[in-house]
Design a protein around this ligand. Sequence first.
Ligand code: DC
Length: 229
Amino acid sequence: MSDNQVTVAIDGPASSGKSTVAKRIADELNLIYVDSGAMYRTITYVVLEKGIDLSDQDSIMRELNQVSIEFEKTADGQLVYCNGQDVTDEIRQNDVTNAVSAVSAHPKVRAELVERQRNLSQKQPTIMDGRDIGTVVFPDANVKVFLVASVDQRAERRFKENTLKGIESDLSKLKQEISARDYKDSTREVSPLTKASDAIEIDTTSLSIDEVVEKITAIILGKHPELLK
Ligand code: DC
């Protein structure tokens, strides 16, 4: 990756605020926002729709090879398309959320999506969020941030998000699900959730979104003042 290419990696556990802050920073600094979790969610959605066994890596790969995943920025936010079908809302449903760790643990699925993630960022200043962006997808990213927050705080955020989207949820169940996803994402064999040694850790538990956005924007602009132009 060349020195003047801007690639910002935002990693962290489920509901640590990654996508909210990454979208805001993308708008402010005119970066392309890539939601890598949405890519794992999209293939998981297809797998569930087709009734494929979550542990059957080869069948999942056969599907993934037929699936195009595209993002579109609109006035209503970023939309996700799977083979041309808008799946933005479907991929946030609980059944997908609870199955995605199993699908994203398959090495072949990861290899394919990591390649697509790298292609998406070519030649464009990009901010990408996920679990392994600073460690695997862009080990040379010029800015790496690792967001953390307590399980209680993350469950409350997800509860509020769900309520706003009209998705019914139970707070104590959300806490259990987030802890379970943390465990699966951190202990899987391939590219587990870990902080890159050169990532800056920010604990967002008691920070507002504005404060987190401000901190990360200052870090990016410290390295890339040209983005303010
Ligand atoms: O960020 P999210 O909650 O939408 O991500 C959904 C799941 O996808 C998450 O539980 C783990 C997986 N994921 C991953 O393994 N690697 C990434 N870079 C992004 C997400």
